[in-house]
Design a protein around this ligand. Sequence first.
Ligand SMILES: Cc1cc2nc3c(=O)[nH]c(=O)nc-3n(C[C@H](O)[C@H](O)[C@H](O)COP(=O)(O)OP(=O)(O)OC[C@H]3O[C@@H](n4cnc5c(N)ncnc54)[C@H](O)[C@@H]3O)c2cc1C
Length: 304
Amino acid sequence: MKSKDWREALIAEVKPERFRYDEPLAGYTSFRIGGPADLLVEVNTRAELAKLISYCERMAIPWFFLGRGTNVLVDDTGLRGVALRFGPDFARITVDGVCLRAGAAAPLALVAETAARHGLSGLEFASGIPGSLGGGVFMNAGSYGGEMKDVVVAAEVYQPGIGFVTFSRDEMAFGYRTSILQKTGGILVEALLQLTPGDETAIRAEMKRLNAQRRAKQPLDYPSAGSVFKRPAGAFAGQLIEEAGLKGRRIGQAQVSPKHAGFIVNLGGATARDVLALIEEIQTIVFQRTGYRLEPEIRILGRE
Ligand SMILES: Cc1cc2nc3c(=O)[nH]c(=O)nc-3n(C[C@H](O)[C@H](O)[C@H](O)COP(=O)(O)OP(=O)(O)OC[C@H]3O[C@@H](n4cnc5c(N)ncnc54)[C@H](O)[C@@H]3O)c2cc1C
């Protein structure tokens, strides 16, 4: 992958409408960290998605699918190969009775807002999660007792080497911050969510309450990727980090948030190197002091 000649060949063969060479990814992530992708392609049709991924697989070009970048840490050296993201045609949301169908690029907050507008309950928990529907399904994102698995009844997935397939909720194999997509490399294209009839005012009041709670507890004024670590069985990562005396601990411009020890924040100009060093230090000290091994929830990308 030293020469980047493969890019011209890919563009000539796949003919994507929108692409950029050596695009810095910091601007595509909530951490505001990350070097360039060799090639960033915005995918606007199912045919383009299939053609692009088939081509990459055939030519052994690494590819990575990016949602809204709110759960990733991209290395300072960037990503080799192709970073793909969906364009606006994959962000459509339609409502039919108690069901809502949304494209993977739709922001979760907008999906939740649309449900509220139609008096549909079930997505209140998701209104403050800053990712896309696709990232939310991939991660089985959740908060305040709700998870994507509670509402997703069917998922249209592009499965490399197979094509477009529809998975039922059971086939999605949802678990704590995981889904089948993490094993198979499938791309969520669209999902069908089943909600329950509710009262719009009550739904909005609940969303407001949860978001106020979020603002009170989370350092939303700084760039971050949310909770850095998964919740270990029987404990809370933030609490363990706080108890280990690491609240406010800083490496370079990366800091364990003094407001919520489960978050690492970018104080301005933090590098992936800073964040990774801080993650390792937290893991070591928490293990020494508590015996818990913290496992990152965020996806760490680009370290070959
Ligand atoms: C301030 C803040 C608060 C947060 N609060 C919460 C919370 O309460 N609960 C929670 O669960 N998370 C939370 N998060 C984390 C994050 O928002 C969720 O994990 C979200 O679901 C990630 O979606 P994304 O589109 O940003 O995905 P990205 O970060 O872009 O990607 C994450 C992973 O999903 C994959 N992915 C993205 N789109 C697709 C797709 N269409 N098909 C297949 N794979 C895909 C990517 O390849 C990557 O591996 C928070 C983050 C921040 C910054």
